[in-house]
Design a protein around this ligand. Sequence first.
Ligand code: C2E
Ligand code: MG
Ligand code: MG
Length: 707
Amino acid sequence: MTTALQQRDDVVLVVDDDPTLRVLLRAALEKSGFHVEEATDGEEALHKFAECRPAVILMDVEMPKVNGYEACRRIREDAIGAHVPILMVTGLEDIDSINRAYSVGATDFVLKPINWALLGHRIRYVLRASNTYRDLRTSEAKNDALLRAMPDTLLVVRRSGEIVDYFAGSDETTLPVPRGDQGMIFDYLPGEITPKWHALICELLASGKPTHWEFDFERDGKQHYFEMQLVTYLNDLTLCIFRNITERKEAEQRVHRLAFYDMLTGLPNRQLFQQQLGEAIDCAKKNNLKVAALYIDLDNFKRINDTLGHSFGDVVLKTIARRLDRCVRANDSVGRGALDTEGASMHLARLGGDEFVAILHDLEDANDAVLVAERIRSELTRPVEHQGHEFVVSSSIGVSLYPDDGEDIDALLKNADVAMYKAKESGRNSVRFYSGTMSLRSLERLELESGLRHALDREELELHYQPKLCLKTRQIIGVEALIRWEHPEYGNIAPDRFIPLAEECGLITQLGEWVLNTACRQAKKWQDRFGQRISVAVNLSSQQFFQSDVANAVFQALFEASLMPSLLQLELTESILMHDIQETIDTMRQLKDSGIALVMDDFGTGYSSLSYLQRFPLDALKIDRSFVMNLENNQDDAVICSTIISMAHHLGLKVVAEGVETHAQLGFMSDHGCDQIQGYLISKPLPVDELEAFLVSPVNGKFADYG
Ligand code: C2E
Ligand code: MG
Ligand code: MG
């Protein structure tokens, strides 16, 4: 059905003021199969055009009212009339009128006298051209709309790389290509495009299929990702379609991060770690090198989490992760020379909770692993600060080596874990290597743990006392209480083994209170017998310090034994710094104010420096046995001992040397002004009756001769 408003392909509008010509034209056109509408002047032509939407208009030039030029111009102004073919029928052959006709938008002209035979063909030809033109316009408009709707940017480029044309997509702003058709594509895209381009073109020509290439570049501190598609176009030309795939890449990266990284610390997770360890093993196998797996566990993390809350725990984990990361980087560059671990590199991961692992690749020497592990350990013991509080988090590190301790991922990890337990057992804050016998030990450990729970009830525990000699007066001035466990099956078990166990299984408070009460009661007996000559020193575990109100337990023990506080000393280890430092200082101050002396035990093995210790209300330092032991052979240790003595004195602290076994060591201590010594040279730790015999025996005076 055809309505008046629809353009009909066969309607010709004849506009002429000459009725004769109109009749002739109608006759000729109808003969050729057209439907004819007529208008007698320009003004009527406009009405008729609007009314019947002709496919072609034949327009006379000279007409009353509105002439042909004017009518043509006005029809062109109409949206629908813009493209309708208008043929001017004119007898004027001069160039001016032809120019004028074209300038008002005429499509062509028909000269008078009209060739009637050809007119129908002529109109058909114009109509066909006009239809083709219309289709072209439609398709161009469509292309144009598509281009504008597309985020992609299009470049028409010669195979040489010369840019011929450019269509901006909505993402054009991020693409570094020109806003126009100029230059070479290499001038705008990242450097790798140059070698890549020719390969892509060859591939495109060979296969005839579109090829593509992904590239990225940084701009305004952000990474942008693009995909370039190459499609053959005309002749020498190719079409490059650039699509911004940044969002897709970022989503992929997010998914990758979720799958392979730990969200809290940003470190690789177990999955990625296992992959990396597997690669490290493969590589080491090929090159005949070693790989070390370091299992790092924070010693007191659970307690931090429990007492200070998870958000603080998170802060600690993030801090630790950052420090570990720094250790890794240091190993990659600066540290390499110093460590001489040439070629070695490191990977880190968080396995969950407070467990971290590191892989050292391509080790030539297993000792390098020790150096790195030690550096990690000491790096981790620097206090963590949070909201004005400071905490020290120590770590236990277990190390296993490929191929020595395991040939595959699982074996290596398991054995590093076992070694880590060994490090914990041996007093924490230390590094241990795996050795084959350790799995047995873990079993034994379980047995010990259950035995320890009964040791108190079964009275298997006892205190021995080791005398301390004052170097100035050469008198025994006190003793240190040292716990002993006589296990019904295993015999005598060293405190170094079961104290850490008691700490781990939560028995330390109970055990510590038993020691305090026993020692205070014993000290009271000696007070009654010897007067105020013999003080008793009790070792406090740092765990005891945090897990209970230790000051209260101490005062209660003193009260129940009716012992003078000045006869009690408490030996603390540097690991008490692992607690909230201000709180520790407060507790220590409370104890000290009551008259109890506080001694820092095993000084030099931990992480505190003398200047750090200044903040704690201490009375004395005990130089660790390991320095005393070697001072005759090792110049460094001798220097350490003398430095500790003089610096401690400078800080107003007394100095006790422990583990003195030889006369030479006693002499050294005496010469350097050390205040007291303790060690096998004087006496081993003794049970009560033997100690009493020692205290009253005349040999007690023999030390007057030494030094
Ligand atoms: P410590 O407090 O540093 O005690 C000194 C350790 O060195 C003692 O080992 C002692 O027997 C040993 N020793 C003393 N003189 C010499 C010497 O000349 N040569 C050598 N080779 N060793 C010497 P012990 O009794 O095995 O105690 C080990 C550690 O266990 C103690 O180190 C202390 O940290 C802890 N400990 C012992 N008893 C208790 C206790 O009742 N409570 C707590 N919390 N810890 C304790
Ligand atoms: Mg001690
Ligand atoms: Mg000690």
